[in-house]
Design a protein around this ligand. Structure first.
Ligand code: Q46
Ligand code: ZN
Ligand code: ZN
Length: 329
């Protein structure tokens, strides 16, 4: 049996990028140190900050919430009900149980109840890719609720794998504007809250291991809309590279932060002060027309509800049915 690098006890996980195995205790120590380092290196927030964690029921966001509370931060959760069939129901259940068991405060916004639409319907009604309607809605609601509820900062569970995949996509397209903005801290201002990503130094595998050793129950299934999307393809590609030469993913992304971001930041600041949406008051590019979320809401909430299966392609639908059982359409 393999042994922990730090103490010699039986190891529970091997982490090729550290070229070592770790027991439960030292895995936790490693994860906590990486989070503390990310928070300190990027001055994410002070020890007394009120932090709102965007939780989805997946391993990353629940692990982040768990870690921040464990480190003594005042961290509450915010869950958004996206209406993605059984996947969303299960995510909500798991997130609520997590909060209840630990006596934590969880805020919930349900898209269908509060805005009259869900993600499958929004995708169909606006002919958008589901993840685009979803990302827009999540950003709008996370920003709004962070400010409305008076939190100092919004923390999201994006990990090293997520950020490296986004970086690969932005690089392949040479999207300089996105590359310039790809940073684990977005400052508050112009009606936007401060946003941070404390898990950027930890991989998906490390987050899953954290949940196992901490006994955190999380939604293992991927969102049915994610199956086969481009982002997943980039992740696979980076994992193949990392298998051949462990640590590639980390040096690609963390090297970007260290060495490329300073170069990109010498360019002109492209972000001007936005106007306010005439309908909801959120920051918007124009004060004459409603913001993109309000336009999405107007179109999607007048459309009849669309079940999640109807917006999946054939392979995603097969995977969905295998996971959640065939629904009567
Ligand atoms: S929840 Fe929403 Fe993700 Fe599902 S629809 Fe796409 S963006 S994949 S993180
Ligand atoms: Zn150990
Ligand atoms: Zn608006």
């Amino acid at each position: 049996m393999s042994k922990c690098r730090s103490c010699g006890d039986a190891a529970v996980v091997d982490l090729p990028r550290h070229n070592a195995n770790f027991c439960a205790e030292h895995l936790q120590q490693l994860c906590v140190r990486q989070v503390q380092r990310a928070i300190a290196d990027h001055s994410m927030f002070e020890t007394d900050a009120r932090v709102l964690v965007a939780v989805s029921g997946g391993k990353d966001s629940l692990a982040l919430w768990d870690m921040l509370v464990d480190l003594g931060y005042r961290a509450d959760g915010l869950y958004i009900g996206l209406g993605i069939g059984e996947y969303s129901e299960e995510s909500h259940r798991i997130t609520s149980v997590f909060a209840e068991e630990r006596g934590l405060t969880l805020h919930t916004v349900d898209l269908r109840q509060e805005h009259g639409f869900d993600i499958p319907t929004a995708a169909r009604a606006t002919r958008r890719v589901p993840c685009s309607a979803c990302g827009l809605s999540k950003r709008h609601i996370f920003d709004r609720e962070t400010i409305r509820l008076g939190y100092d900062v919004l923390a999201t569970g994006h990990n090293l794998d997520d950020e490296a995949a986004v970086l690969l996509g932005n690089t392949i397209r040479w999207d300089v504007e996105y590359l310039t903005r790809q940073y684990p801290v977005l400052e508050a201002g112009h009606g936007f809250p401060r946003k941070v990503k404390p898990l950027i130094r930890l991989t998906e595998r490390e987050m899953a291991a954290w949940c196992v050793v901490r006994g955190i129950d999380y939604v293992v299934e991927e969102c049915p809309m994610a199956i086969g999307n481009r982002h997943s393809g980039y992740k696979e590609t980076l994992n193949q590279l990392d298998e051949r030469s462990p640590g590639t993913k980390a040096s690609f992304y963390l090297g970007f932060l260290d060495r490329m971001v300073p170069v990109l930041r010498t360019g002109p600041d492209r972000q001007g002060a936005p106007e306010s949406c005439p309908t909801c008051g959120a920051p918007s590019s124009s004060s004459d027309t409603a913001c993109s979320f309000c336009r999405l809401e107007a179109t999607a909430s007048s459309h009849e509800p669309v079940p999640v299966r109807m917006v999946l392609n054939r392979s995603a639908r097969r995977a969905f049915d295998a996971q959640w059982g065939e629904e009567e359409a």
